[in-house]
Design a protein around this ligand. Structure first.
Ligand SMILES: NC(=O)c1ccc[n+]([C@@H]2O[C@H](COP(=O)([O-])OP(=O)(O)OC[C@H]3O[C@@H](n4cnc5c(N)ncnc54)[C@H](O)[C@@H]3O)[C@@H](O)[C@H]2O)c1
Length: 381
């Protein structure tokens, strides 16, 4: 079958997300499966050109996977055989690189958050739209098995009227002194684009908006619980960004979502993120992979009596939602949608404007925390 090469300038592939999720688990995995069928019967064949700052690291990666590389972004963007620019750099470097890609006439797919402010994100969204270029922002959580099952429940009317959503996200991120930290140090420095609000609120935005309803207000309290950490080089630094955020979001239809995000909590849950959804006809608890439900008819009737030991095996009273389909890697599934969007103009709702709304929620979440008040979220146009 004829191959249709789509050149992708991949920037930031030496990083955690860029390498593992985007290059290996998505782009190389698509090649391993023989490419992607296009509408005209050919196979879409992603052809990455790796871009980054370190010649040594890039050469190593390129040799390992038999790919092209360069440390010169402008040169990669100037090539006629590159069609898409992809960005998984640290957030603070993203805007400038995307502007160059747009100027070079490339379609753009990027990690979240789109940029560091609503204003600049909106500007990029307007710019890329005016150029008629395709654009997308990673919204990987939507493609996770647990959230896909949740979506299936919502679409099937399982919940009746949805009342509330409670999310718990987080785990202990080591300070870096006696055990190395498992996240990069820039995540804990505000000046470098760090902070859990900026990192996680864009995710919560698309999860809430696309599964439940538009988000109308935010009330957030943030904290930097661990004030000093140790970086990759073993040097102590001051953590200037929030490492925990306690948020309340009001959605259309009176749905109240409460989401805790923390890098300073220890996990006593089944998964690193879990959402409990309560509705008039049933409830569900969804994680990354699993989803359990309890319907109205099987809801027990506990009676509050602290003098007695627990009377009900509460966890056993839930039922597991079956897979009923094969779930592929979420990043790869979204990449496949984007490649088809570029080649065949198939719909792709996870565009820059969706990304802007995620950045806006993070920005207004920080305003809420700073000013100690509930902040309404204006519609963007
Ligand atoms: N979708 C998700 O679930 C998810 C999860 C984590 C991170 N992210 C996003 O992915 C992006 C990368 O995060 P990561 O955790 O992979 O980070 P990382 O520190 O592991 O990787 C950062 C990459 O950017 C490059 N870079 C370019 N300019 C840099 C500079 N001036 N300083 C430092 N690095 C620079 C690095 O070389 C590296 O390739 C961030 O925007 C982050 O918000 C998304």
């Amino acid at each position: 079958m004829e191959r249709r090469s789509i050149g992708i300038v991949m920037n930031g592939v030496t990083g955690r997300m860029g390498y593992r999720q985007h290059l290996v688990r998505s782009i190389l995995a698509i090649r391993e499966q023989g490419g992607l069928p296009a509408a005209d019967g050919s196979r879409i064949w992603p052809e990455p050109v790796l871009v980054g700052r370190s010649e040594r690291k890039l050469a190593e990666l390129a040799a390992k996977h038999g790919l092209a590389y360069t440390t010169n972004l402008d040169a990669a963007l100037a090539r006629d055989d590159t069609h898409i620019y992809f960005d998984a750099q640290v957030t603070s470097e993203r805007e400038g690189a995307i502007r160059k890609a747009i100027a070079a006439g490339k379609h753009v797919y990027t990690e979240k958050p789109l940029t560091e402010s609503t204003e600049s994100s909106l500007d990029l969204a307007a710019l890329i739209r005016a150029q008629g270029l395709r654009n997308g922002v990673v919204q990987d959580k939507l493609f996770l098995p647990g959230l896909r099952k949740l979506k299936r429940l919502i679409d099937g009317g399982f919940f009746g009227r949805i009342l509330s959503v409670r999310g718990e996200f987080g785990y202990w991120v080591f300070e870096g002194d006696w055990q190395p930290a498992q996240r990069p140090s820039w995540n804990y420095r505000a000046a470098d684009g760090g902070g859990i609000v900026v990192d996680m609120f864009p995710h919560w935005h698309y999860v809430l908006e696309q599964l439940f309803a538009p988000v109308r207000s935010v009330t957030a309290h943030i904290a930097t619980h661990v004030p000093t950490r140790v970086d990759e080089a073993g040097a102590e630094y001051k953590a200037t960004a929030d490492d925990a955020a306690y948020g309340i979001f009001e959605l259309d239809g009176g749905i109240v979502a409460q989401i805790n995000s923390s890098w300073t909590t220890r996990v006593f849950r089944d998964e690193l993120v879990e959402f409990q959804v309560d509705g008039t006809h049933g409830s569900a608890v969804a994680g990354l992979r699993n989803c359990r439900i309890q319907s109205r008819a099987t809801t027990p009737k506990p009676v509050w009596n602290p003098d007695l030991p627990v009377t009900e095996p509460f966890r056993d009273q839930w039922q597991t939602v079956p897979d009923n389909e094969e779930f592929d890697n979420g990043f790869k599934v979204q990449w496949e949608h984007f490649l088809r969007h570029v080649v065949d103009a198939t719909p792709f709702p996870w565009d820059f404007m969706a990304g802007v709304r995620g950045v806006q929620l993070a920005e207004l979440g920080l305003v809420s925390a700073r000013e100690g008040r509930r902040v309404e979220i204006p519609e963007l146009s």
